[in-house]
Design a protein around this ligand. Structure first.
Ligand code: ACM
Length: 716
């Protein structure tokens, strides 16, 4: 942690690095003192104001009331008593959020008041979120530190894609995620509305799309309008995606004539890439698309319209003699050429309805209108390729939230790195930003928040903040605080206690909580094939309640990084207590497993955690006694940890990382650095130095029953 903090100082002013701001503003300067936020706090406006601005202030004050537990401040007053937040807005924002609109703002906080200045209402929205992140408890109640901030985004397109086709996401889920998106200054909601497993929007023109293709789980047009307005109020554009010509089984349930092979078709229940594909050779296909795009174009005001275009299987095309003869007649020598023909036809329809095409990187093949936007998902190369060919592009490769990778991985992924770094200025200006993608094979409305957040906040920083803001330790120092702050938006990403208690039938879920905090859920690669999954299999097991990244494990590892433990530098009480908890977990969980299949499947995981805890406690014993372990002991334990690390019940035991880190302290060099004589003495024969850790309330040394037959239990 200390090491990371020092690095971050090179990039950020020290003051900024200590504030839990995410995304980090472009410029943060400390001033003296803090502004008290008590019941006399008021918000006032001067200059331009409108309904959107007033609604934003209302949301801000409601949020502030939740943050502080103080009653909401009355509506904007002009003039208002000091101290106050004065909002000075120069101009309206576009009626509907626009790509490249001005989102800049300036925020000054002093002990006597705060001033938020922005050219447009959108800048005010962004600045209010920053102010909200500044609020904290201080020596004299709640306060905001005195600060000068100048801010604007690095990229104009900062998005989240949500797949509502594989698992349906009700409006409430969408809206709470829009709240959180606005909180971290994201500005594009990419709504993946159709796929093999569902067509999720009401079409009045082609009602069998939702009637036969959604199991009744679709958004009415009124709901779509509601979501679009909700997003608009928060400065977020909504880009709809109707994925064609592949990923279209759900369309064919009602309209089999659109497919390249005869039906009948039913909604797909499984996960993968499927054969059903639109017939690109029949004029009727384009008549249908013209009608649907026209209807949807009126529903979604955004000028961009996503047509998917990914993973076109091509099997139905190859197997159809009429499609093959059409391809020959038109000189389309491959499925790729056939898809390019389809894309050009669709692009003309989009243009007719006033829309600009966005597509996954497969659409890059073939001539496309120069205004097309390419979304790069298969690798970063297509991002640079699209930009060098004159297309605007977006990076999603590396931001796939369904992989449940640690936030640090996505955070390190910069849209302008790699191949994109070799582009000239004109070319790299075509890279508009990026989008994180939440595909929902293994994600339900209950779990989706915890799969998006808080990682999404770190990605939002990548899209908004300066490229130089990339210190991972600084990000991780702020992320847990921002994650808790995000709960005030209504997100349920930290609400897994309820899911855990469901598994115990309402019995206290303490042991399960310990296991969950030491574990990490596997992403799509780890779950695929683990069971016979389909959209009908409930996502209600332990793995679904476990977050992708263990905050506890990260904190404990950080405590151990770069610190040679010694009597002068003892382990934290938290480490010692946690290892003890882990050690006892199997025996605590076992009673809960009786007649409970959800817990029974976790017993091997609990046994592994107990073993890891035991190894950790044993390591502490050596360190307590300033004693070197016997020759080979550390290597042997590491081999054991390799075994314990193997996933169980689609969960990885993150706790192993703590114990591994602890074992590095017992390597001869580490011991030498800590002043311990290195040697191969058996633990009971070696010279003992009396630990001088009296400042700590030492835990009683736990009597360990190590399960390994060759363990030296007699020494404990
Ligand atoms: C995709 O992940 N198939 C765009």
């Amino acid at each position: 942690m200390l090491r990371g903090f020092l690095v971050s100082l090179l990039i950020l002013p020290a003051f900024a690095a200590t504030l839990p701001l995410m995304p980090m503003p472009q410029k943060v300067t400390a001033a003296a003192g803090a502004m008290k936020i008590d019941s006399t706090f008021r918000v006032a406006t001067t200059g331009y104001s409108d309904a959107r601005l007033e609604a934003a202030i209302k949301r801000f004050t409601t949020h502030l009331a939740q943050q502080t537990g103080q009653p909401p401040v009355p509506s904007p007053q002009s003039p208002a008593p000091s101290p106050r937040l004065l909002i000075q807005c120069e101009n309206r924002a576009p009626d509907y959020p626009a790509l490249n609109e001005d989102e800049s703002y300036q925020l000054d906080v002093s002990p006597t008041g705060a001033r938020l200045i922005a050219h447009t209402v959108t800048g005010v929205l962004r600045g209010l979120e920053t102010f909200s992140q500044l609020v904290r408890p201080g020596p004299d109640g709640f306060e905001a530190p005195a600060v000068h901030i100048e801010d604007q985004p690095r990229f104009p397109w900062r998005g989240l894609m949500l797949d509502v086709a594989r698992h349906w996401m009700p409006v409430a889920v969408v809206e709470r995620n829009l709240n959180a998106m606005a909180a971290v200054k994201l500005n594009v909601f990419h709504w993946h509305l159709s796929d093999d497993q569902g067509f999720r929007v009401e079409s009045k023109r082609y009602p069998k799309l939702q009637e036969d293709g959604s199991d009744g789980q679709f958004y009415t047009q009124a709901e779509v309008r509601e979501v679009v307005a909700y997003a608009r109020d928060r400065g977020i554009r909504v880009v709809p995606e109707f994925d064609i010509p592949g990923h279209t089984t759900a369309w064919f349930a009602g309209y089999p004539e659109l497919a390249s092979a005869p039906g009948p078709y039913r909604i797909e229940r499984k996960w993968g890439v499927f054969r059903p594909t639109m017939d690109p050779t029949r004029e009727e296909t384009y008549v249908f698309l013209d009608g649907l795009i026209g209807e949807m174009a009126a529903l979604f005001p955004d000028p961009f319209f996503h047509i998917g275009g990914d993973e076109v299987a091509g099997t139905q095309w190859r197997q159809s003699s009429s499609i093959q003869s059409f391809a020959r007649a038109h000189g389309l020598s491959s499925n790729q050429a056939l898809q390019a023909y389809f894309n050009r036809r669709v692009e003309k329809l989009l243009k007719k309805h006033g829309k600009t095409m966005v597509g996954w990187d497969e659409v890059l093949a073939g001539d496309l209108a120069p205004e097309t936007v390419i979304q790069s998902w298969r690798g970063p190369a297509s991002l640079a390729e699209a930009a060098s060919k004159g297309y605007r592009s977006l990076l999603s490769f590396g931001y796939y939230l369904d992989h449940l990778e640690p936030a640090s991985m996505a955070y390190a992924n910069d849209p302008l790195a790699g191949a994109a770094a070799t582009l000239n200025a004109r070319q790299s200006a075509r890279i508009l930003g990026g989008e994180a993608c939440m595909w929902t094979e293994y994600v339900s409305p209950e779990t989706v928040d915890s799969r998006i957040w808080p990682t999404m906040a770190a990605i939002a920083e990548r899209f908004w903040s300066a490229a130089a803001v990339r210190d991972v330790d600084s990000m991780y120092a702020r992320l847990p605080i921002v994650s808790r702050w995000l709960e005030w938006t209504g997100l349920q990403h930290r609400a897994n206690q309820i899911l855990l208690e469901r598994l115990t039938g309402g019995q206290p879920a303490g042991p399960l909580r310990v296991l969950a905090d030491a574990s990490e859920a596997l992403g799509i690669d780890g779950r695929r094939g683990a069971r016979a999954y389909s959209s009908l299999v409930p996502l209600n097991r332990f793995v679904d309640a476990v977050p992708p990244e263990s905050e506890l494990v990260r904190r404990l590892v950080e405590q151990l990084v770069g610190q040679a433990l010694s009597p002068a530098n003892p382990p934290t009480p938290e480490l010692r207590e946690t290892l003890s908890q882990w050690s006892g977990i199997e025996s605590q969980l076992r009673p809960l497993a009786a007649n409970d299949s959800f817990i029974t499947e976790l017993l091997p995981l609990a046994a592994n955690l107990s073993m890891a805890g035991n190894i950790g406690l044993r390591a502490l014993e050596f360190l307590d006694k300033s004693q070197a372990p016997p020759a080979g002991w550390v290597d042997e334990q590491n081999r054991e940890l390799d075994r314990l690390e193997k996933p169980v019940a689609e969960v990885r035991l993150a706790a192993v990382r703590v114990v591994r880190r602890l074992l590095t302290q017992l390597k001869p060099q580490a011991l030498a650095n800590a002043g311990v004589r290195s040697g191969n003495e058996p633990p009971c024969n070696g010279p003992l130095t009396v630990p001088n850790w009296t400042s700590l309330a030492r835990q009683p040394i736990i009597t360990l029953k190590l399960q390994r037959s060759d363990s030296k239990t007699e020494c404990l």
